[in-house]
Design a protein around this ligand. Sequence first.
Ligand code: FAD
Length: 303
Amino acid sequence: MNKQLIIKELEKIVREGHILINEPLKNHTYTMLGGEADFFVMPTTVEEVQAVIRYANQSAVPFTLLGNGSNVIVRDGGIRGIVMSLKQFKDIYSEGNKVIAGSGARIIDASRFALDQSLSGLEFACGIPGTVGGALYMNAGAYGGEIKDCLESALIVDAAGDLYRLPAESFDLSYRTSNIPTKNYIVLEATFCLKQANYDEIKAVMDDLTYKRESKQPLEYPSCGSVFKRPPGYFAGKLIQDSELQGKGIGGAEVSMKHAGFIVNKHNATATEYIAVIEMVQREVKNKFGVELEREVRILGED
Ligand code: FAD
């Protein structure tokens, strides 16, 4: 990989100041872990996104998309090639009872925007720290609601760099999954279909969910939220709690005392330590209860 050549080509595509070289990814992940991205690219237009994808394809430069980094762990060796952030795509607006949000907008902000318009349907997302794009990718959900319930359509760029608007059904949204990873879609914008409702009632629901979240989750430490999916017939947190793993850790990473489903970066952990705690939890729960805990969080990059 000829780094200088890649930089030169990327500079032709995205505007000045929107390519960071050897960018530490701990600045872009909720766990505050991870090595560097060779090229951290922040396009500002659809055409720039398309051109970056086409360039990465043609020149076989590895390509990774990052949202708010709240559901990924980046390994200590970082990520080779291009890491694209869509944080510039952050506009949120409404048309009647629809809220339209750029993929880089925080889903929390889309939820607050809906409240301001007295639109109900995105209350569940008021504390999910990801972007709109990241929320679609994994059909984010909480407290009985999920993206699938209110998504109408999304604007996407496919692996070849072509632009489409697709209806919600085309994403096969189900419990914490979609077909976005297999299709390699890049979400640029989402349209949510909501219902007019009473402002105070929407706000009361959001206040209650915020209280629940703040009282139960260790939000004072960096983490990636719930590390594991809910195994059929069980709760991951309860299995971890009953395996007496809370407070146990490796290096600076440990299973949260406040919420057993969370692993926190308590004292300047490395990604290697954090991942070792994940594997320890999977092993112990399997030994004790015979249940395989499947990770919800994605691990990216190299050691
Ligand atoms: P990232 O973590 O950056 O990326 C995750 C994946 O999404 C990556 O593979 C990335 O390539 C892909 N992706 C990102 N943007 C796009 C895009 N525009 N197009 C296509 N793919 C994209 N999740 C819940 O569901 N419910 C919760 O209640 C919840 N609570 C959390 C609490 C805390 C404290 C934390 C840290 C996390 C929590 N999460 C929760 C997890 C996380 O916030 C969600 O999974 C969120 O949807 C991830 O979005 P992101 O932008 O951070 O994505």
